[in-house]
Write a protein of this length. Structure first.
Length: 402
């Protein structure tokens, strides 16, 4: 049987990447057939430039930003690195600032960029603690900000945690940091299309967006960064993107990215309600089959706005998450043990450990994440497969093979 003839898997790993929406596919297909370097001065180049600028305006309008503040990149990882390293280099000279404040549950694109600065540039990285739900302890942030604020380069706090779905108090972080004159970066790749999104109201200094998290292409993203922000570029060359991100721009991907973001923001209310209902059915079904399964992140009492409607991270006592993932995969269900960027590495999730979860429990977790094409059939497939998978995974642990 060919791969095209096989039954479609039940895909519940949208936080890692989500399929392109048809509107973005149509836009990208149309632009791929056109020629023109957006930096060229002839007619084809000018047409390409116009398409890029129209996409910049489209994306900015959708997220509540100024078009001049949108810098296109190759994706979320580059945008995070540009923000963390660029702000560090821009603000520590000649002031010689050293302190970089990041939450302990950031994506590795932020954590590793900050650690690189510590290893190579003399940065002092402070990991801000979170509570048991994975939410930043704002009191700890206030204490860190009050302790010599003139030595702080930046604060980085993600908007929505990619592993447990916790919504962070980003507006409060921005207000507190700005009170001390400290800029704020937020990785918002899991927030677009999931939560109300208005960067003008948020007033963060740098915001990371990614195409393939919202139904756009892989390999394109943006850093929405205020023009007055002191930012040193990572890449040098042709001076594209106001000399912040050199490199020939990918016109087709940028156009498709803008279409996907606009659609995600426009459909956010209805889509979030639909995904929240799916997630609740999923969690209830798992708990019916396995009463000892534990949903991580904010409790129900925190209200629906405390977590992403699309993410459910569940720990299964006595199991190894990698075993469970492979057993579910064999049953036609695709999910994750956490951040896709760290998959294949037998280490407990740094996010769960930061919430106070012990290492054994952290190793026995799965992340189910929903998206625009998720259905009740996908949820039902998980509920049907999870019981037998847990039985086998626990047996493997007891036998010493898991």
């Amino acid at each position: 049987m060919s791969s095209a003839q096989r039954e479609r898997p039940h895909y519940l790993d949208h936080a890692a990447t989500t399929p392109m929406v048809p509107e973005a596919v149509d836009e990208m297909r149309a632009r791929l057939a056109e020629v023109g370097n957006a930096s060229s001065l002839h007619g084809s180049g000018r047409r390409a430039r116009r398409l890029v600028e129209e996409a910049r305006e489209q994306l900015a309008a959708a997220v509540g930003a100024e078009p001049r503040d949108v810098v296109f990149t190759a994706g979320g990882t580059e945008s995070d690195n540009l923000a963390i390293k660029g702000l560090f280099w821009g603000r520590n000279r000649p002031a010689n600032r050293r302190r970089v404040l990041v939450t302990a549950v950031e994506h590795h694109a932020v954590l590793d960029a900050a650690q690189w600065l510590a290893d190579h540039e003399g940065a002092e990285v402070e990991l801000l603690p979170v509570d048991g739900a994975g939410r930043l302890r704002v009191d700890a942030l206030h204490d860190s900000l009050a302790a010599d604020p003139d030595d702080i380069v930046l604060v980085s706090c993600m908007w929505v945690n990619n592993e447990v779905g916790t919504v962070q108090p980003v507006a409060e972080v921005v207000a507190s940091a700005h009170h001390h004159g400290v800029p704020v970066h937020t990785d918002a790749v899991q927030a677009v299309g999931q939560l109300p999104f208005d960067l003008g109201a948020l007033a963060a200094d740098a915001v990371t967006l990614s195409g393939h998290k919202v139904g756009g292409p892989v390999g394109v993203g943006a850093l929405v960064v205020r023009r007055e922000t002191e930012l040193v570029p990572l890449l040098h060359g042709g001076g594209q993107e106001r000399d912040v991100r050199s490199g020939t721009v990918d016109v087709a991907s940028i156009c498709a990215f803008a279409v996907a973001v606009e659609l995600a923001v426009r459909q956010q209310d209805a889509q979030s309600a639909r995904l929240r209902a799916l997630r609740e059915v999923l969690v209830a079904g798992i708990r019916t089959v396995l009463p000892d399964a534990v949903l991580k992140g904010p409790p129900a009492s925190a209200g629906p706005d405390a977590r992403s409607p699309a993410i459910a991270n569940v720990t299964f006592p006595g199991c190894a998450g990698d075993d469970l993932l492979l057993l579910l995969d064999a049953a036609g269900v695709e999910c994750s043990t956490g951040s896709a960027c760290a998959s294949g590495v037998p280490e407990a999730s740094h996010v769960l450990l930061a919430t106070g979860c012990d290492e054994a429990a952290a190793r026995g977790s799965l992340r189910f994440s929903l998206g625009h094409d998720s259905t009740y059939a996908d949820v039902a497939a998980v509920v049907a497969a999870i019981g037998p998978a847990v039985v086998r995974a626990r047996a493997a642990v007891l036998a010493g093979t898991g």
